[in-house]
Design a protein around this ligand. Structure first.
Ligand code: T4K
Length: 402
């Protein structure tokens, strides 16, 4: 960090000063578990000369995930996107599937990649998750399923979506990429819908470098998903499904096993950071920090702010620009919404008309750095900058001539 003090807006990097942080502060900076344990595992797997194809570390990781979540089956995968694609295919989804636009593009692409139409549905602005009433309105005779996303790790309206799926005879699955280690009414995410999919990408609080997993209670489905993730091989020289290569390798599983040993520490740090942000940003005009239901298990991996431009006099984008100039790499997830990205923007140019809340929320949200790579002092400085900025909106505009 540079040693200049941020007292007035003249001290901001956007007005020509040195950035506050010399090294960038990331959203999604990886958590890394005990290095010695990790290196020992790397050494073991090299000695064993078993590098991939459902090796012993992958099997152990799958067992431990089943135990942690209380699910019957876990199939570890090379990443969350392939895991989604395989789960979608194994469920037999086709035609149209209802999905939020307020999600990472991979959720929509996993459908479109298989020529299934993602039908974008609006969200509840309070939870940022699918609004069940809107889901009901988007169902057509071609709809085969609902793909809910537990955005920020906060569970979807699971009961309502399950009820709609049952009544309208639709398949229900969840993209739980953000929700590893979270619970809903005391039950771990992973136990809902017919299948749930996790991402263990480097930017997730629990990571396997690249990786993911599909979890389900359905034994037949699990068998099919496992076959599909290994080219459809049911034994030497015997292929019984159309499959692909979704396998997790042993290096990733070694990282996963090590990360699992440190999971509680990662969550404790995320929680501490979350509380510090909450305390230090409290009462700032025009800033709302998203909260987690503390009576549930949460991973607290995302610090999400909503900026009210009318109250701060600053657009979310200008706040992000100011933070980036300070080397605080805040992110605008999930701007501008999948429906405004290709190929969907060209396919459905007017989709936004049915997504008023998605449009608003995606213009207000910004994510702040957290995780084990961010210190308490870093957070104080980020909050100090936000305090200065959000109380100086008109002055900043005057200086920028905007
Ligand atoms: N569904 C949902 C709801 C998802 O959020 C995701 C992934 C998926 C499905 C698909 O799962 P995977 O196939 O990825 O397993 C990042 C992640 O790449 C992506 O995994 C994640 N969601 C998404 C929300 O965020 P980008 O394009 O924003 O990544 P990037 O490269 O800009 O990195 C984010 C920040 O992290 C940067 O400031 C740099 C920092 N970083 C990144 C890496 C890889 C590090 O500090 N170290 C690193 O090793 O998508």
């Amino acid at each position: 960090m540079s040693d200049h003090q941020l007292k007035t807006i003249d001290d901001l990097a956007i007005f020509g000063q040195e950035p506050t942080f010399q090294e960038p502060l990331h959203v999604g900076g990886p958590n890394i578990g005990d290095r010695a344990r990790l290196m020992a595992r790397f050494s073991d797997l090299l000695d064993r000369r078993w590098l991939t194809n459902h090796g012993p570390y992958v099997q152990e990781l799958e067992r431990q995930i089943c135990n942690l979540l209380g699910v019957k089956h876990c199939i570890a995968m090379c990443n969350g996107t392939i895991a989604l694609e395989i789960a979608i295919r194994a469920l037999g989804l086709k035609g149209e599937v209802i999905v939020p636009s307020f999600t990472f593009i991979a959720t929509a692409h996993a459908l479109q990649w298989q020529e299934i139409i993602p039908v974008f549905c609006d969200i509840d602005p309070e939870t940022h998750n699918l609004n069940p009433e809107c889901v009901e309105q988007m169902i057509t005779p071609r709809t085969t399923g609902i793909l809910g996303v537990h955005v920020w790790g906060r569970p979807c309206a699971i009961e309502e979506l399950s009820e709609i799926a049952r009544r309208r005879n639709l398949r229900l699955m969840f993209d739980a990429a953000h929700a590893f280690g979270c619970s809903h009414k005391g039950t771990m995410i992973g136990n809902f819908g017919e299948v749930e999919v996790f991402s263990f990408h480097a930017t997730k609080f629990f990571n396997t470098f690249e990786g993911g997993a599909v979890v389900t209670h359905n034994g037949d489905l699990a068998k099919k998903i496992r076959l599909m993730s290994n080219f459809g091989f049911a034994g030497y020289d015997r292929v019984i499904y159309l499959g692909t290569n979704g396998k997790m390798n042993e290096v990733s599983a070694a990282m996963g096993l090590t990360s699992l040993e440190n999971l509680d520490d990662f969550i404790a740090v995320n929680y501490r950071n979350y509380r510090q942000y909450q305390t230090e940003l409290a009462g700032l005009p025009g800033l709302r920090m998203e909260t987690y239901n503390e009576s549930e298990k949460n991973n607290y991996q995302y610090i999400v702010l909503e900026i009210d431009e009318a109250a701060t006099g600053l657009s979310r984008d200008l706040v992000v620009e100011i933070l980036h100039a300070e080397n605080i790499l805040a992110r605008r997830y999930f701007y501008p919404g999948c429906h405004r990205m290709e190929p969907y923007r060209s396919y459905f140019p007017h989709a936004g008309l049915l997504l008023p809340e998605t449009e608003k929320v995606s213009q207000r949200c910004l994510l702040l750095p957290t995780g084990t790579g961010v210190s308490s002092n870093d957070i104080s400085v980020v909050c100090q900058i936000l305090r200065l900025v959000t109380t100086s909106g008109p002055e900043i505009h005057r200086r920028l001539g905007k």
